[in-house]
Design a protein around this ligand. Structure first.
Ligand SMILES: [Cu+2]
Length: 295
């Protein structure tokens, strides 16, 4: 049989076999060419658009997101491969009806059980990550009230009635948060639904009229983080930015106590940020360099 394959005189079909073998070899080479750089570059798993995070919860959310994306790529890639393979390998060659292979019980069990396991695992890890993220501490050391409106934000600090910052459209108001302390955020809206979103927190929450949403944030990295409204809320939705300035907890409380109003508080916080930032650079901390990226 093999001799016949190698001898075109004995076997007129051997040319076809040989070209199919070389085609298979070429396809394998192509696959290796595409996969090798992909596999080599996977030493650092990419973020797939998510931030590596600057809060306790956001680091875990980041890992969860990576897990979901990698699972999706594997399942999607395998599905695509099987579709393309079946379409090419078993394409119509004659009018004869091919062998029918339905009711193969073990395959049917397999393609029911495997997806169920995958969904179950994804559900479980989501709960594990999400539960601590939405949990709230009984006595938060810092509190902030956030009010969204068309088209801007107001930030005020319970216990300090004189200190609040308001900014709309191009003004980009500043929200100050302590680093290393839990900050309890109370969020609502004056008019329509807005979305409170800080990319580095990997977190988004509705600001709804008539509803008060509460969540805790525990920032662990000093920095300035650009943030925005994520619900299409009208004409100037696209300008509804704000900035989170996260400074050491001691500076945060000192600024709250010493400031006489919103602007002096923000000025104090930005000064503390600059000082903490230059100290961070001097120490060459191996963090994400949040300060230099989000000025
Ligand atoms: Cu909005």
């Amino acid at each position: 049989m093999l001799e016949g394959v190698n001898d075109p005189v004995d076997n007129p079909g051997s040319g076809l076999v040989r070209s199919r073998t070389s085609r298979t070899r070429r396809n394998l080479g192509l696959a290796a060419l595409v996969l090798t750089p992909l596999l080599l570059s996977s030493c650092t798993v990419p973020g797939f658009g998510a931030a590596s995070g600057v809060t306790d919860a956001s680091h875990k959310t980041y890992k969860l997101w990576q897990g979901f994306m990698i699972t999706g790529l594997i399942v999607g890639g395998l599905t695509l491969f099987l579709i393309v393979y079946a379409a090419l390998r078993y394409r119509r060659k004659s009018d004869a009806i091919p062998r029918q292979t339905q009711y193969v019980t073990w395959i049917e069990i397999l393609y029911t059980v495997i997806p169920t396991i995958i969904v179950g695992v994804l559900f479980y890890v989501t709960i594990v990550v999400e539960n601590p993220e939405v949990a709230r501490v009984a006595h938060p050391p810092a509190k902030i009230n956030v009010v969204a409106f068309q088209w801007g934000w107001r930030f005020s600090y319970p216990g300090y009635p004189n200190i609040s910052t308001v900014g709309q459209t191009t003004q980009n108001p500043v929200m100050v948060m302590p680093v290393g302390e839990t900050d309890a955020v109370t969020l609502t809206s004056l008019d329509v639904i807005h979305g409170f979103y800080v990319k580095e927190f990997n977190y988004s929450e509705y600001a709804q009229p008539g509803v008060t949403n509460r969540f805790d944030v525990h920032v662990d990295t000093v920095g300035s983080y650009q943030s925005q409204c994520t619900q299409l809320c009208g004409l100037y939705h696209s300008l509804m930015y704000f900035k989170v300035v996260a400074i050491p907890a001691a500076d945060y409380h000192a600024c709250l106590t010493s400031a006489s109003d919103g602007p002096t508080f923000v000025a104090c916080a930005e000064k503390a940020l600059a000082t903490a930032g230059s100290q961070m650079t001097a120490n060459v901390r191996p963090t994400q360099g949040a300060l230099s990226h989000h000025g």
